[in-house]
Design a protein around this ligand. Sequence first.
Ligand code: BGC
Length: 784
Amino acid sequence: MLMPKETYKNHYEELFSDENWLVETHEWNQQKQAFRETQFTIGNGDLCLRGVLEENPYDSYAGTYISGIYDRTGAQITEIVNLPNPLPIRIDVYGEKLDPVATDIVHHHRTLDLKTATLYRHSVYKTTHKKRLNYISRRFVSLHDKNLVVMEVEVTPLDAAMTINMQTGIDTGVTNKGTVTEGRKKHFMTCETSIKTGYNYLCVETFEKKVFVAYASALEIVYNGKARTVSERAVNLRVLKNETIIFRKYITVRSSSSAGLAEIKKETLSALKKARNKGFERLIAEHNAAWQKKWSVCDINIEGDEDATRALRFNIYHLIICGSETNDDASIGAKTLSGEGYRGHIFWDTELFILPFFIYTNPKVARNLLMYRYRRLDAARNNAAAKGYEGALFPWESADTGEECTPSWAKNFDGSIIKIVTMDEEHHIVSDIAYAFSNYAKVTGDESFLWKHAIELIVETARFWTSRVVLNRKKRRYEILHAMGPDEFHEDVDNNAYTNVLAKWNLLAACDLLAKTARKSPARLKQISKKLRIKPKEIAMWKNLGDRIHIPFSKKKRLIEQFDGYFRLNDHRITQLNDHFMPELPISLDWKDVSKTQFIKQADVVMLLYLLNDHFSHEEKRRNYYYYERRTLHKSSLSPAIHSIVGLEVGDEDKALHYFAHALSTDLSDIHGNSSDGIHAASAGGTWQAAIMGFAGLRPHDDFLALNPHLPSNWKKMSFAIWWRGALLKIRITSKKTGVEITKNPKNSKIFLQVYDQTQFLKPKGITCFERPETKRKKKRRES
Ligand code: BGC
């Protein structure tokens, strides 16, 4: 019989933040185990651990990932390495291994406190002898000390004294999960392991790249008010009824491809010693303080819609824990560091969906993400050359080396295995990356980055397009043939509008940048031109190509045509919605025929309307949005958030809210049924963009920042912070006015802001207020 919750003791509850910061589950459901492991991932930007239960129950999938550590063996495809699991704790009572799959569990509650990035758990087991054991645990990956993991487990026999056998270690038995086409894989071997008084040590080495990953751990037992460190991996203890025994495990993790075995061991052990000297409480306090600082910039608070606030925090949390502040040689994979979906590969998701969050809340991480691409510019040059192109062609799927690593086969929606051609056709990634470099430079005003890195990348990507376009002599225009746009339902199309417009943007952006450099600093232009061997003739060619790239447009329909011939495809209606009120492919159609229809997988033309927002009139946006929105099946999680932003802009508020809510719940409610493979990073980034670019209406311009808020009627107040041109702005929006305050401005930048239709320089101190025009008018009427 299930006991009422109150009868079970969990003193951690006193530590919980308010409920708008909590993600919880109150049930044990074996089917949802892998999903919860993803959802409850904890990390600090460099190291992430899936939220596996300490007991490693049957079917659990422990995942330990370090940003940037990839490997492959033989003909395999490079993938993120699943490293040894430092969390396992096995408890045996009366010879019975306790875990929720094997043992009766009468109470089970897990809580991820997003505010402090701490994972709590409370279970009550009932053994086959009908004796109950209260089990609580908490753990965190320190944000203060990037190499440290700390965990605590407390057990209390509730009915009778018990002999408890506890066993722990670092589990090297883990493998990568693999895929249907490749199977399970292991990517490391053990090089050293030792058990000494006061600590355990393990060092593994990845097979191909020879990266060392070292772990040192210490176990402390607190019993009868006394703490002692134990060296054995297994301890036997007699614990009386209602007495509590506490196990605390401190783990330090280091990785290196350059340090020797002795050096890495020394570093890992000295980090462990340092942590032990600080003690448990101080380690927690430092970790909490680091998160408090983090949230003071990253949080979005919506008064009036607490569910949206909590869901946004969940999505933002997952972005924070996978973006490294220190490593400029790694990027964020499509599934963050919370699972092995897409093998940890990096797509355009990072630059267009995830990066904006970091550009505005932590430019340091954003710069690192871009440096990851910049450092792989040579690989992109080689990739282009190998395929007969000029300039730089970034891979569709990227890992550590920057070489193309898209697999040739994958599972389709109907379960069939299909050939993948994205790597040969989704060349839009080239200008997506260039766009991201330009966006970062525009928002941050980071000129050194612009001169040193952005120009080179934008020039090399423009060069790619010069070789990718072909001249259609008859029509006197340039075309891009055999391509695929963001909509992956249609392969091998000619003149995908998204690709062509962005290629055009890329070519003209290179011209503009060089023209600006010529005006600002002729000496620098000389330097750059010399380094990149740019001749004036070449710049003229970019301009000519850019101006003459064909953009498919139907005069009759007054619509952008997604690609040549798209409007001639079968135009079916959406007749069915799924449980989440999202469109389904009509049952009369087969997945293999979807390319013959106008159904699209995700935002394509609509993505274009969003990215190059000021290239289109309101009317153009409206017409195109409504046409394509009705034909989009949103079979990619990248799609809904973008529809929310553009929908809001063109007045489709109900749908905008629907898409926003959908994107927010992607991994909170496992909407796509595959969250077990990892968090949908692009969707998480999309939720931030929908809130800030959508509801707050933020848009960066060359000389000013614009806000055009549009809050849903139940949102009383929306508060958030962003970095703009080196200053930190706190923004509060209500239905009547918007207040903006500069809270940090180390470079004393002058901030020019446009809110509604008013433009003002922000006061250096205090809040600058912008009233909604309607509020102003009402006030005036009242006064007169
Ligand atoms: C989408 C791509 C995306 C990839 C990784 C695919 O399903 O169509 O646009 O880059 O997933 O998230």
